[in-house]
Unconditional design. Structure first.
Length: 612
């Protein structure tokens, strides 16, 4: 009779058939030699490395940012600085320290220093012939002289050092080098750090088309062995125009239209011009006026904005239909103003136009007026009703956002607004505190509340032609508090009507300004510019620019053409996964018992995140 089949057990497993034994030896129970285990380990390591290489080749790869062409979005080799006067933190680039010329100069310097040490040791040998001693002494004198090859090398290397940096908030100049008369070196308080490490998706564009404003990595068209990283601003088949700092695009001979940034890109690309959290006590003591002032006419009996913390925050209580306006004037002291402060004199403060100054750049470039601005503040409403308005001036024309605190409704008023201005419902109603950001960028008005863009019932863009944009000039008439039309010398305002408000952490921001440069001039930092540039793109051709327009060699200035072919694209920048570590000297010590422990380094979590 046939063998009995196993019967199902309680858990669905078969019960052992008669004659079966659990202790029968299985193939995996055999004794293995140590050599077999070693071979398996080596095979596992080889497989792991192979998978890692395949992942690197086809999925994602890590890159280090070498230069500051994408600052402040991505940092190349740089220094992290904190202004000694106002406490504002900022960064300055020092990529020239590690370029090819610097490396060759350092190599030659080290060789000459070794030669000098050897010759000096040889002079201490009493047994060398007199003629050899004399020749050795002459060579030592040449190497050690103030005008010898070593001194010249040190001078050339010192020229590649960032000697000073200017605070973007208070204009104070910080000295970054120290010298003993022979050797110039960086102040040890200001070390240099390598650039950001980013992760790049190498398959992102295998399944979707590149999008405008993506940060992309590609093979440099003039040298395919070199990788570049820039922001993609022009797509295949377009004609890209640069005018008045903005990007305009057209197709098929149509009129150019301005390229607008989506909200996430807009927030990422705004650059801070002034921040009230950082005040300079030296300026206040010297009588330097605050940047934010009440804009009531002198002698007015209306309610006025007041500050009790040297301009870090302001408050006002208006009743009925009364209103009060707080305005920003761009008052940044010059080097001459700071020299007067140090002498105990009171400098004369004059409002300036907001320009494209970038503290990251060690070189001074010609300033360009920037009209695309934004204002951000922490708004606290202390009453259940009232109205708050924010306005931004560009070329003498005011763009306004009004929020009704009773119901949270918001309205936008560009200069040519009709009666049916765009409306939105916001959470800003009654008593409470919110983070508000209002922007006029790329000829479009945007309102953010607590980091979220507010959806309006119709388009919030306002229109003008590229010719009108290029011809726009700032209204730089002298202004005084109370002026009905403050112009571009007082370009930001906050008005309270029938409200009880407090505003703090005020920031004025600007958009990226793209310089219309064709070539690099003869002097450092000099660019040959045009009012309007046009770059036609063919099929599978892309146009790229750096966020740090004054210090970026990009599509505007390449010798082999102004485009990147699709086949040269490597991928899309995803995240900054490792900025430079925070040094131990900056870390807070941890006390364990009677011992004080400092970690050698700590990840810079504040700068980790997605690349926008």
């Amino acid at each position: 009779m046939p063998p009995e089949k196993p019967r199902p057990g309680p858990a669905g497993r078969p019960v052992m058939a008669p004659g079966d034994r659990r202790d029968k030896p299985r193939p995996t129970d055999t004794v293995r030699s140590p050599l077999a285990y070693g071979r398996e380990t080596i095979e596992s390591i080889v497989v792991a490395f192979t998978l890692a290489l395949l992942f690197r080749a086809f999925e994602a790869e890590a890159f280090v940012i070498p230069t500051g062409s994408m600052a402040p979005t991505l940092m190349g080799r740089h220094k992290d600085l904190v202004c000694t006067e106002c406490g504002r933190d900022f960064r300055v680039g020092c990529s020239a320290e590690e370029d090819d010329q610097s490396q060759s100069l350092r190599t030659e310097q080290a060789r000459l220093e070794r030669e000098l040490e050897g010759l000096q040791a040889r002079l201490g040998d009493a047994g060398i012939p007199p003629e050899v001693r004399e020749a050795t002494r002459r060579r030592v004198d040449v190497l050690a002289s103030d005008h010898g090859p070593l001194a010249q090398l040190r001078s050339r290397l010192a020229g590649k050092m960032v000697a000073a940096a200017r605070c973007p908030n208070c204009g104070r100049t910080m000295r970054l080098v120290e010298s003993d008369g022979i050797r110039t070196q960086y102040d040890p308080r200001y070390p240099s750090f390598n650039g950001d490490r980013i992760l790049v998706s190498k398959f992102a564009y295998d399944f979707s088309e590149p999008s405008r404003w993506d940060v992309v990595v590609f093979k440099y068209p003039e040298d395919a062995k070199t990788n570049y990283i820039k922001r993609l601003v022009g797509l295949p088949g377009e004609t890209v125009s640069i005018s008045a700092g903005d990007i305009w695009t057209s197709r098929g001979g149509e009129a150019p239209v301005i390229a607008r940034k989506p909200p996430a890109k807009l927030l990422a690309m705004l650059q801070c011009v002034h921040d009230t959290r950082f005040t300079a006590p030296g300026l206040t003591k010297a009588g330097w006026p605050p940047t934010w002032v009440d804009w009531s006419a002198p002698g007015s009996s209306a309610a006025a904005w007041q500050t009790g913390d040297d301009g870090r925050s302001y408050s006002v209580a208006t009743s009925g239909t009364g209103s009060a306006t707080l305005r920003y004037r761009h008052l940044i002291p010059s080097a001459e103003d700071w020299a007067a402060v140090e002498k105990g004199e009171t400098p004369s403060a004059r409002p300036r136009l907001i320009d494209d100054f970038q503290p990251y750049n060690a070189i001074a470039t010609r300033p360009h007026w920037v009209g695309d601005l934004a204002v951000e503040c922490r708004l606290e409403s202390l009453a259940p009703a009232g109205t708050v308005s924010l306005d931004l001036v560009e070329a003498g024309r005011a763009h306004r956002c009004t929020i009704d605190l009773a119901d949270g409704s918001a309205r936008l008023f560009p200069p040519d607004a009709a009666a049916d201005a765009p409306r939105a419902r916001t959470p800003v109603r009654g008593r409470g505190t919110w983070r508000i950001l209002f922007a006029n960028v790329d000829d479009e008005l945007t309102l953010f509340v607590d980091g979220r863009p507010m959806p309006f019932d119709r388009a919030t863009a306002w229109s003008r032609s590229i010719e009108e944009a290029g011809a726009a000039q700032p209204d730089d008439r002298p202004v005084t508090p109370g002026d009905a039309e403050p112009g571009d010398l007082a370009p930001v305002g906050i008005t309270a009507t029938g409200a009880d408000l407090r505003v703090a952490d005020l920031r004025v921001l600007r958009d990226v300004y793209y310089i219309g440069a064709l070539d690099v001039g003869r002097r450092p930092g000099e660019l040959i510019e045009r009012d309007r540039l046009e770059f036609p793109l063919g099929a599978d051709q892309f146009f790229v620019l750096g966020d740090n327009s004054a210090a970026s060699k990009d599509s505007r200035m390449w010798l082999t053409g102004h485009h990147v072919d699709r086949e040269l694209l490597i991928g899309k920048a995803l995240v900054i996964f490792w900025p430079h570590a925070v040094p131990a000297s900056w870390s807070v010590p941890v006390k364990i018992g009677g011992m004080e422990l400092r970690l050698p380094s700590w990840p810079n979590f504040a700068r980790m995140g997605f690349v926008r």
